[in-house]
Every structure is written in structure tokens, then in C-alpha cells.
Write a protein that binds this ligand. Structure first.
Ligand SMILES: Nc1ncnc2c1ncn2[C@@H]1O[C@H](COP(=O)(O)OP(=O)(O)OP(=O)(O)O)[C@@H](O)[C@H]1O
Ligand SMILES: [Mg+2]
Length: 354
């Protein structure tokens, strides 16, 4: 009798654990459906559907004011959505905020560390607040200071830190509890190239151990290096959700920019390039912009062609596709245009005709 009861209980516990495990491994790390946030008459997020698989870096790209931070705030239970749903590891952010908070780490866009404490004290404080045992958080704080190049500065108050040092400490703080899902809002903005590389490396390592990272960035390059999937938002709407390589494929890899001496000659050059090289440059005043996969070959051809007609550009620039180029290709206008807050929703909408 007693044994039978125990066996049944054990079976029930086993089934319950398996259920949770299956839920964990099978469901997406983050998912949103029709996620919308309004601030008065402003719609900061407009019906966003996202699925972030577990164990990847997911990049959320968008220009200033696109709604990236708003999305992160909702997913981290700081803000409530106006309508729509969001889940983290299968837990609803509105109905189960405490559970969600126990599963996530957040490095917000603005440093959340206390300037009056030292770096080490800040990290230990997080450890205490998240109820890690002292024997765990003390070495964890030391390890993180070391890895973020802050070991020497660790015992100085944060107010003496440079902007980049604060930023690194902020990201380190989010890593103290080793959360399965990590939100990083523009983690590398303001970091020097070496610190940026170090942070990328760290993010890759985290993902290698099964962590899911959702990061926002203004840099396509960053998303390209790190993220296996990238969503682009503009004026609160999702306008692309794809692998970075596929996004870039749609855009071409290289952007050639030619600054002609005046608008007239720019027009002449545009016609010539269209006719002789079968490319259609985009012209803005005296500046031509051409996106291509065979960038260096094309540049040689263009300069050769212009030279034959005694047209000399005043300046030539070649760069890899940037976020701005993604926007141009996706929306028909440059990123700044998406940033204008005036004509409300539909007029600035990304789906409008270019
Ligand atoms: N608490 C708030 N009250 C009113 N409007 C807000 C609030 N928070 C955000 N907004 C507005 O919502 C829009 C989206 O803001 P959000 O901070 O999400 O953009 P973002 O993509 O993070 O931009 P950035 O790249 O500048 O950080 C903006 O127009 C912003 O002014
Ligand atoms: Mg932001």
C-alpha cells in the first residue's frame, strides 16, 4: 500500500518534471504575438510577432525611436504591453512576472550600477539581491571583473569610471546570476573596439553554454558577427526577420558612394552608369550611391567609365552595407526618415510606397 503510494507519487513527479523539461526544450525562448505598446497617441510597438529559439543570439535592429527598448522593457516585465502577448521560456510576462524575472538578466540602455559603490561591491550586491549564496557570488564577481578588464578598477567607486568602463560593468552585472535568457540593450554602444570584441567573445561563449541572448544594436555588423537571426523594426513595426546573411544578400554587400562636383555632373554620371554598366545608382543631389555584390570590380569599372568622359568625382567612399542601407532597401527611405515622430503611424509606416 505504502509502496504503491510512493511509486504513484514518484511517477507523478516524474511526469511533471518531464512536462516542464519538454516545455523548456521545445518552446521558444522568447515569443511575442501582436505585441503593441502605446504611449498616449504614440504607438511605440505595433503588432510585433517574434520567435526567438533557445540557445541563439537574436539581434533586434532599428534606428532611434524604433521601439527596441520598449520591446525589451516589456519582455523584462518593466512595462506592460497595451495589447498582445509575450512569453519568456513559456511564461507570460504579464501573468507570471516573478517567474520571468527569475529567468532573465538585463543590461539596460542606461547604466544601472550604483556610482557610489565600487565595481566589486556592485556585482556582489546583485549576487545578494538575486539570493546567490556568498560562496558563489564572490568568486563570480571576481571572475567577471577580470573578464571585463575591470580587475584593477574593481575597488574604485564607479563614479571614477569612464563611460566604457561603466558600460562593461553594467553588462557584467547582468551576468552575475547566470540567467538562461539575457537581454542586452545596445551593449556595445560607447565601447572601444577592443572592449567590443571582448564582449562579443563573451556573448558567443555564453551562447555556447546554452544561454539565449536578445540584443539590440544599431550596427548591422554587430548583428552580422553575432546573431543567427535578425529582426529589424522601424517605427514600431517589424519590417524584416531573417538570417543576417540573407538580409545582406538582398542588399548587396558593398556600397559605393561617389560625390560629384555638382548635381549636373551627378545626373550625367548616373545616366552613363545606368546605360553602360546596367546599374541604377540612387542619386541625392551631387552624391551617387550604388549597392553591389561585386563592389571592387564595379568601382574600377565606374572610375574607368567616368574618366573616359572626363568626369572626376570629388570624393569616393566604399563601405559594407550598414543598418542605414538595410533601411533604405527595406523601406525606401533612409533611417533618419523613420525617426521622424510626426506624421503619426501610417504616414511614416514602413510598408508605404517609397
Ligand atoms: N515612457 C514613455 N513615454 C512616452 N513615450 C515613450 C516612452 N518610452 C518610449 N517612448 C517613445 O516610444 C518610441 C520608441 O522608443 P524606444 O526607446 O523603444 O526606442 P529605441 O528603438 O530603443 O530607440 P534608441 O535607439 O534611441 O534607444 C519613441 O518614440 C519614444 O519617444
Ligand atoms: Mg533604446
Amino acid at each position: 500500500m505504502e509502496t504503491g503510494h510512493r511509486a504513484r507519487t514518484a511517477l507523478r513527479i516524474g511526469a511533471w518534471l518531464r512536462g516542464r523539461w519538454v516545455r523548456l526544450v521545445s518552446s521558444a525562448a522568447i515569443s511575442t504575438q501582436g505585441l503593441t505598446k502605446r504611449f498616449g497617441s504614440l504607438t511605440a510597438l505595433d503588432g510585433v510577432d517574434l520567435t526567438v529559439p533557445a540557445g541563439v543570439v537574436f539581434g533586434l535592429l532599428g534606428p532611434n525611436g524604433a521601439g527596441k527598448t520598449t520591446a525589451i522593457r516589456i519582455l523584462t516585465t518593466i512595462l506592460r504591453p497595451s495589447t498582445g502577448r509575450a512569453e519568456v521560456l513559456g511564461h507570460d510576462v504579464v501573468r507570471e512576472p516573478a517567474v520571468v524575472r527569475g529567468l532573465i538578466g538585463l543590461a539596460g540602455q542606461y547604466a544601472a550600477v550604483d556610482p557610489n559603490l565600487t565595481g566589486r561591491e556592485n556585482l556582489r550586491l546583485i549576487g545578494r539581491l538575486t539570493r546567490l549564496p556568498r560562496r558563489r557570488f564572490r568568486p563570480r564577481a571576481d571572475e567577471l571583473l577580470e573578464r571585463f578588464g575591470l580587475a584593477e578598477a574593481g575597488d574604485r567607486t564607479v563614479r571614477t569610471y569612464s563611460g566604457g568602463m561603466r558600460r562593461r560593468l553594467d553588462v557584467a552585472a547582468a551576468l552575475v546570476p547566470h540567467p538562461p535568457v539575457l537581454f542586452l540593450d545596445e551593449p556595445t554602444t560607447g565601447l572601444d573596439p577592443a572592449s567590443r570584441l571582448a564582449l562579443w567573445e563573451m556573448i558567443r561563449e555564453l551562447v555556447g553554454t546554452g544561454t539565449t541572448v536578445l540584443l539590440t544594436t544599431q550596427y548591422l555588423e554587430e548583428a552580422d558577427r553575432l546573431a543567427s537571426r535578425v529582426a529589424v523594426i522601424s517605427a514600431g513595426r517589424l519590417i524584416a526577420d531573417d538570417e543576417p546573411a540573407r538580409l545582406k544578400e538582398r542588399l548587396g554587400n558593398t556600397v559605393i558612394e561617389l560625390r560629384m562636383p555638382d548635381e549636373n555632373r551627378a545626373r550625367q554620371a548616373t545616366g552613363m552608369i545606368a546605360q553602360q554598366l546596367s546599374r541604377s545608382p540612387e542619386r541625392e543631389g551631387a552624391v551617387l550611391r550604388i549597392t553591389a555584390r561585386d563592389g571592387s570590380r564595379l568601382l574600377l569599372d565606374i572610375l574607368h567609365l567616368l574618366d573616359q568622359h572626363a568626369l572626376t568625382p570629388r570624393g569616393v567612399a566604399v563601405h559594407e552595407s550598414s543598418l542605414d542601407d538595410v533601411f533604405l532597401a527595406l523601406t525606401g527611405h533612409r533611417a533618419e526618415a523613420a525617426d521622424q515622430e510626426e506624421p503619426p503611424s501610417s504616414a511614416a509606416g514602413p510598408d508605404g510606397a517609397p
